[in-house]
Design a protein around this ligand. Structure first.
Ligand code: ZN
Length: 308
């Protein structure tokens, strides 16, 4: 299937809303249109071209190409959605809602919501565990207020050492993928279940000398490096996960200023998605984001509920 190679090509290819919508429909369904309702999936459907919808002969409901995707109930056309997907998948430093609003001619609030929907598509839902040599490290993010207000000491503490910062636990399989998630604290009762969830037992794990990791040696070959006096001891280091932290920190500082802690996981998902595909070309990465938009939904209500 034809793919744009640059942002300019994407904008040209998708400038007509109907053409852009048809492009996404082909991407989503290939040749066979199937009812997207989770309890149905029937391929006995009738096209209603006039309304740009389909009628399902089995569940007797109508659907559009947006039904059951991150675009559901969005009044924004694919002439804006697809370039937005392109921008967020291609720009390694991410894109702010102000930049996207200017680029697309939508309000900043709309752009903010669009970006969060795309980040949801980028979330990697996988049950496969990492294996081999895996570096594990924790990072402390943010903590500075956006404007005047209570400083890091005034904000709710998230753990013994966090000082109001959000804590992120990261994994990187050497020669493989990164995973990272926001965690509440760095106690062993938090860390060990996460390690078990993401790393195959028997693997080699490398961490810093945080004592909460020590019990990992029951299930893994565990090597630690004490950052108080050394960063690398032969094979023992956490440099490859650190390189992810530096990309993450640069993005958060440069583009996103200070995401609220409850949105941090979404920014992580976005960064991980790009980082794990950084050797691919922009076109295929864009197609992957577009395909991942299926089966995921978030409403504005759900997004802003976390802010109250
Ligand atoms: Zn149906």
């Amino acid at each position: 299937m034809e793919q744009p190679r640059t942002l300019l090509e994407a904008v040209r290819m998708f400038k007509d809303p109907a053409t852009a919508e048809d492009y996404f429909a082909r991407l989503r369904w290939r040749a066979v249109v199937a009812c997207p309702r989770t309890d149905c999936g029937s391929v006995s459907v009738a096209h209603l071209p006039k309304y740009r919808r389909w009628y399902c002969n089995d569940c007797k409901r109508q659907f559009s190409v947006k039904t059951g995707t991150i675009f559901e109930e969005s009044p924004i056309g694919f002439d804006k959605w697809l370039p937005a997907l392109w921008m967020l998948s291609a720009d390694r430093n991410g894109i702010s809602s102000c930049e996207l609003a200017r680029a697309l001619g939508v309000t900043q609030k709309t752009a903010w919501f669009m970006l969060h929907r795309i980040r949801l598509a980028m979330e990697t839902g996988t049950f496969t565990k990492l294996f081999g040599e895996v570096e594990i490290d924790e990072a402390y993010i943010g903590g500075k207020p956006r404007h005047r207000g209570p400083g890091p000491t005034g904000t709710k503490s998230q753990g013994p050492r966090s000082g109001g910062k959000a804590i992120v636990l990261g994994f990187r399989q050497r020669g493989g993928h990164v995973r990272a998630m926001v965690i509440d604290n760095v106690r062993r009762t938090t860390l060990l279940p996460k390690i078990r969830e993401h790393v195959v037992p028997g693997s080699i794990v490398y961490t810093d000398s945080l004592s909460a990791y020590y019990d990992a040696r029951e299930l893994y070959s565990h090597f630690t490096v004490n950052h108080a006096y050394e960063y690398v001891r032969g094979n023992v280091h956490t440099n490859t996960i650190e390189s992810f932290w530096s990309v993450l920190r640069r993005t958060l500082r440069g583009t996103y200023v200070a995401p609220r802690p409850w949105h941090l996981q979404r920014y992580l998902d976005e960064q991980i998605f790009r980082f794990n595909r950084r050797d691919e070309k922009d076109g295929p990465r864009f197609v992957q984001t577009a395909k991942a938009s299926e089966g995921k939904r978030i409403t504005y209500k759900q997004l802003i509920a976390r802010q109250r």
